[in-house]
Design a protein around this ligand. Structure first.
Ligand code: 5MM
Length: 337
């Protein structure tokens, strides 16, 4: 198949109008923190059990069109010996893979960060594709302070995202481009809007310079909210600010915007996605989700490391996936909780 046809096929599934993406690509360090919070030891076996439990949830393919895996998961099997990427595919869910390799300080830009992993990316993508991955994800992280992100931080992080996206497309892999502006801090929603506007503008400038085909990528941004120590904004306010800035910066050729949840509660993330979709006539893109914590937190708590809680954990996961699928089309309301 020609590369453009491969990319288009993946995009067709990933832009399904009622489904979204599960981010299950926690690196081992992050997963250890998530599991520790519910009193579970993060062993490879516990991670395998938990992620195969999520994917085996009855009817989950009605709500999810993609799942982002961490490298380790590509080789893990469910209790019947089925590889987890195959388990996902059997439910109509496309497997994807996180390909960034962590982050550290950006020299010359105090307070900013940069993500690692471009060396050898083409070879790694070939191997992941052989294991079933049809899309990839790379996250750059931007803290907000009075001085951050710096001009250098904006430029360097955008370059990384664009170079990663170009390598993916060359290999027939759809890139999810994730510039995460952190919710940490006490900044106002206006400051978050200002920073996200600079970030998205820089990212699309770099994507253009690197000749990335916008039709074959997905943007995974933060929603525009106040900092987590500055109180909450209503879903209507979040949706208005987010759409206003997206419309200024994201070309209409991008097929889908799949938000991260970034530390919002599961209920907030669903309500905010719903508010965004109530205004979808103002958006040339699909407005969907690629949530990690907001889809998984209740399931992780319900499980708490006890396999007898499997059904309760699947029920909790099913509920969040179903409610976000309703939010995806603006049909969610609080009384459905
Ligand atoms: C699931 O967490 C992802 C990986 O994080 P680490 O590399 O730090 O382990 C993360 O990129 C995630 O995909 C996004 O942040 C979305 O998850 P949330 O929880 O923000 O919706």
């Amino acid at each position: 198949m020609a590369i453009s046809a491969e990319l288009q096929h993946t995009i067709d599934v990933m832009t399904d109008s009622r489904r979204g993406i599960l981010a299950a690509d926690e690196s081992t360090g992050t997963m250890s923190r998530r599991m520790a919070a519910v009193g579970v030891e993060s062993t490879a076996e516990n991670r395998r059990w938990y992620r195969s439990m999520l994917l085996s949830t009855p009817d989950i393919g009605q709500y999810l069109c993609g799942v982002i895996f961490y490298e380790e998961t590509l080789d893990q099997k469910d209790g019947d010996g089925v590889l987890l990427p195959e388990l996902a595919k059997a439910r109509g869910i496309i497997p994807g893979i996180k390909v960034d390799q962590g982050k550290g300080p950006l020299p010359g830009a105090p307070g900013d960060m940069i993500t690692y992993g471009l060396d050898g990316l083409g070879e790694r993508l070939t191997a992941y594709k052989g294991k079933g991955a049809l899309f990839a994800k790379w996250r750059e992280v931007y803290p907000i302070t009075d001085r951050n992100p710096t001009a250098l931080g904006l430029k360097a992080n955008a370059e990384m995202l664009a170079r990663y996206a170009a390598v993916c497309q060359e290999n027939g892999i759809v890139p999810i481009v994730e510039p995460e502006v952190l919710i940490d801090g006490s900044h106002s929603i206006e400051r978050a809007a200002e920073v996200n506007e600079e970030v998205w503008h820089a990212v699309f400038h770099a994507l253009h310079q690197h000749d990335v085909a916008l039709e074959y990528m997905i943007l995974k941004p933060s929603m525009i909210t106040p900092g987590k120590d500055a109180g909450k904004a209503s879903p209507e306010t979040v949706a208005e600010a987010t759409l206003r800035v997206l419309r200024r910066t994201v070309p209409a050729a991008v097929p889908s915007i799949n938000f991260l949840s970034g530390g919002q509660t599961p209920e907030e993330a669903t309500a905010n996605l719903n508010a965004l979709n109530l205004h979808r006539h103002q958006a040339p893109w699909q407005l969907s989700m690629s949530y990690g914590r907001a889809l998984q937190e209740p399931a992780m708590k319900a499980w708490s490391g006890n396999s007898d809680n499997r059904e309760a954990a699947q029920d909790a996961f099913h509920k969040r996936a179903r409610l976000n699928s309703l939010a995806r089309v603006g049909e969610y309301s609080l009384d459905q909780e």
